[in-house]
Design a protein around this ligand. Structure first.
Ligand code: ADP
Length: 588
C-alpha cells in the first residue's frame, strides 16, 4: 500500500513538473506602459524566458514623423535582435525609451525576467562590427568650432588628442556663422579708436540680450577672455581685424575677417589647417555613444562607425557636440509648438553630448530656451533677412491678412506665425524694394518668390483660395494707406514704413519660424568643467560651445556664438590637457 502511494505520488510529481515546464516554455503575453512625448505609450509583448516573439504598440500619441518612426521601427528591431539594447531611433529617443520601458513592464507583468534581454550586445553578436581599442590623452567629441579650437589648444599644451566627428565633414553649425566674433578690449578696437565698447559693456549687453537668464560668471569669463582669444586666433593664422557694431547695439564688438568673408567658413578652414599642422587625428563618420567612467571620473568614450565599435581610452574627455536644433523630439519635449518649425541647423545638431553627459549625472540648464528666427524659407531653410521688413515688407497669413507687428522681436513674431494656419506665413514685397536690396534680388533668382502683376494675381500664385484672395487685396490697400498716414492702427508697427508696397510686380515668399540656436545645455563652470546634478565637478569631463548652457541665457546676441566657442574651446582644451598630463605624471 505504502509502495503504491509512493509510486502514485512520484507519478503525480513528474506529471506536475512536466506540465509546469510545458507551461513555462509556452509564450505568454503582458502589457506595460512608458512615458512618451504626449502621454503613455502602451505595449503588448509576447515572449518566453528566452525569446521575445512579438511587440505591439497598442496605444500612443507620439509626434507624427518623429516619435511615430520609433513606434514603427523599434518593435521589429527588438524582436529581430531579441534584445532591448538595440539603438534608440535617432531623433526619437524619448519615444524609444518609452517603448523599452513599456516592454520591461509588460515582461514583468507576464512573469518573465527582463534581465536577459538587457545585456549589452557585444560587437561580435552585433554581427558586422569589429571591436577596437584606441588610446589618447584627451578625446574630443565633435569637430565644430569648439572641438577644433579645443583640439589645437590641448595639443599646444602637449597632450595627445583624438577628435571624433560623426558627420562626413568638420564644421557643424559653426560653418554657418556669417557675421563675426564679439570681443571686447582688443588691439583691433584700439587701432580703430573704439574706446566705448569694453568688457563691462560687453557683459551688460550679453546679459540684457539674454533677458538676465545668463550665468553671470560664464558671461564674465567669456568677455574677459575674448581679447586674448582673438589674439590667439591671429597667432594660428586666423586674424579678425575688421570691427563693426553688433546688430541691436551701438557698441562695436563684432570682429570679422579682413576680406569680409563669412566668419564661420573662415575660422573652420583656418582651425582645420592648424589641426593638420599639429598632426591631430580627426576621425570622421565616427559617432561617440557613451562616456566611459571609472571611480566617478570620465576616462574615455565608446564610439562607432560603420565597421567598428571603438573603446577610446583617454585621461580626459571634452564634449563639443553642438546644440540640438535638429532634434525635434528633444525640442518638442520642452516646447511642443516647435513641431511645425523648420530649422537652420545642420543635421548633426541632435544634442548627443547633452544626453551622454546626462547619462553620467551631468546637470543641464535652460534647455527650454530655443531661439527662433521668424523668416526662414522652408524648402531650403534659407534665412530671409530681417532687413526686408525694415525696408517695408509685411507678413500675411494664408487667410490673406496681417497678424502681428511685423517688426516686433524675433520671439514675438515667431510665436504669432506659429499660431497661424499651418504654422507659416508669407513675406510680401514689391519691385521698389527689390530695386534697393540685393538680397531680395537673390531670393527671386533662387526661385523662392511667387510673383504677380496685380495683388489678385500674386494671391493666386501664392496659392490663396476663396475669400483669402479678396482679403489679401484689401490688406495691401489698407497697408499702403497706413504707410501714407504713417500710422499702423492695426498692430502699432512704427518702423520700416518709409515706402509702401504699390510698385508692381509684387512678390511673396512663404516663410516659417526657423530654429536657430539652442541656448540651453550641459552645465559648466568657468573652467569648462562639467557640473553634476549635486553641483560637483565631474572629474575629467569638460564641455564647450553650443552643447553647454548658461552663456546666452534666454536669447543669444549675434556674434556671441563664435566668441563662446573660441573662448570656452580654449579653456576646455587647456583644462583637459593639464588634467590628462597630470594623470599621466601621477601614473609614472
Ligand atoms: P560648436 O559651435 O559648439 O562647436 P558645432 O555645431 O559647430 O558646435 O559642432 C558640433 C560638432 O559635433 C558637429 O560637427 C557635429 O556633427 C558633432 N557631433 C555631434 N554629436 C556627435 C557625436 N555623438 N559624435 C561625434 N561628433 C558629434
Amino acid at each position: 500500500m505504502k509502495k503504491t502511494l509512493t509510486l502514485f505520488l512520484s507519478l503525480a510529481l513528474i506529471l506536475a513538473l512536466t506540465s509546469f515546464s510545458a507551461m513555462a516554455e509556452e509564450p505568454v503575453s503582458g502589457t506595460g506602459k512608458g512615458q512618451g512625448i504626449d502621454g503613455d505609450v502602451v505595449v503588448k509583448v509576447t515572449a518566453d524566458a528566452e525569446k521575445i516573439y512579438e511587440v505591439e504598440v497598442v496605444e500612443q500619441n507620439e509626434t507624427p514623423g518623429i516619435g511615430s518612426v520609433a513606434v514603427e521601427k523599434l518593435p521589429a528591431a527588438i524582436v529581430e535582435n531579441n534584445s532591448l539594447m538595440v539603438d534608440n531611433i535617432s531623433g526619437a529617443t524619448v519615444t524609444s525609451v518609452a517603448i523599452k520601458d513599456a516592454i520591461v513592464e509588460a515582461l514583468n507583468e507576464a512573469g518573465i525576467d527582463p534581465a536577459p534581454f538587457q545585456q549589452e550586445i557585444s560587437a561580435e553578436d552585433a554581427g558586422e562590427k569589429t571591436a577596437e581599442t584606441l588610446d589618447c590623452d584627451v578625446v574630443i567629441v565633435g569637430a565644430g568650432g569648439a572641438g577644433l579650437t579645443a583640439a589645437v589648444r590641448a595639443t599646444q599644451e602637449g597632450a595627445k588628442v583624438l577628435v571624433l566627428e560623426k558627420m562626413p565633414m568638420v564644421g557643424g553649425n559653426s560653418l554657418k556663422a556669417s557675421g563675426g566674433m564679439n570681443c571686447a578690449g582688443t588691439k583691433f578696437q584700439e587701432a580703430e579708436g573704439i574706446t566705448d565698447s569694453g568688457v563691462a559693456e560687453f557683459i551688460e549687453d550679453t546679459m540684457n540680450g539674454g533677458h538676465q537668464l545668463n550665468d553671470i560668471d560664464l558671461v564674465t569669463t567669456m568677455a574677459e577672455n575674448s581679447s586674448e582669444a582673438v589674439d590667439w586666433l591671429e597667432s594660428i593664422g586666423a586674424p579678425l581685424p575688421k570691427v563693426a557694431a553688433t546688430g541691436g547695439t551701438t557698441h562695436k564688438y563684432l570682429h570679422s575677417p579682413e576680406d569680409g568673408s563669412p566668419v564661420g567658413v573662415f575660422l573652420i578652414e583656418k582651425l582645420s589647417a592648424a589641426v593638420e599642422e599639429n598632426g591631430i587625428e580627426v576621425m570622421l563618420n565616427t559617432k561617440a555613444t557613451h562616456i566611459l567612467m571609472e571611480d566617478g571620473a570620465a576616462v574615455g568614450v565608446m564610439a562607432e562607425d560603420d565597421d567598428h565599435v571603438y573603446t577610446v581610452n583617454a585621461k580626459s574627455v571634452i564634449l563639443a557636440t553642438g546644440g540640438f536644433g535638429s532634434n525635434f523630439e528633444l525640442m518638442c519635449s520642452f516646447n511642443p509648438s516647435l513641431a511645425n518649425a523648420v530649422t537652420t541647423n545642420h543635421p548633426g545638431a541632435t544634442g548627443d553630448g547633452i544626453m551622454m553627459a546626462e547619462e553620467v549625472g551631468a546637470a543641464t540648464v535652460d534647455m527650454d530656451q530655443i531661439q527662433l528666427h521668424p523668416t526662414v524659407y522652408q524648402a531650403t531653410s534659407m534665412l530671409v533677412s530681417e532687413k526686408m521688413r525694415s525696408l517695408g515688407a509685411i507678413l500675411v497669413n494664408q487667410e490673406g491678412v496681417r497678424f502681428c507687428n511685423d517688426l516686433a522681436t524675433r520671439d514675438a513674431v515667431s510665436a504669432a506665425e506659429l499660431e497661424q494656419t499651418g504654422g507659416y506665413a508669407y513675406i510680401i514685397f514689391d519691385q521698389n524694394l527689390v530695386d534697393h536690396n540685393n538680397s531680395a534680388k537673390e531670393y527671386i533668382e533662387k526661385g523662392m518668390a511667387s510673383e504677380g502683376e496685380t495683388y489678385e494675381e500674386l494671391a493666386e500664385n501664392m496659392g490663396l483660395e476663396g475669400d483669402a484672395i479678396q482679403s489679401f487685396v484689401e490688406t495691401m490697400d489698407k497697408w499702403n494707406a497706413a504707410v501714407a498716414a504713417g500710422v499702423d492702427e492695426e498692430f502699432g508697427r512704427n518702423n520700416g514704413m518709409d515706402d509702401d508696397l504699390s510698385t508692381a510686380p509684387y512678390y511673396a515668399i512663404q516663410i516659417a519660424p526657423g530654429i536657430h540656436h539652442t541656448m540651453g545645455g550641459i552645465k559648466i563652470n568657468p573652467e569648462a568643467e562639467v557640473i553634476d546634478t549635486d553641483g560637483n565637478v565631474i572629474p575629467g569631463l569638460y564641455a564647450a560651445g553650443e552643447t553647454t548652457g548658461g552663456v546666452h541665457g534666454g536669447n543669444r546676441i549675434g556674434g556671441n556664438a563664435v566668441c563662446d566657442f573660441v573662448v570656452f574651446g580654449r579653456i576646455a582644451g587647456l583644462g583637459a590637457a593639464d588634467y590628462a598630463l597630470q594623470a599621466v605624471e601621477e601614473a609614472a
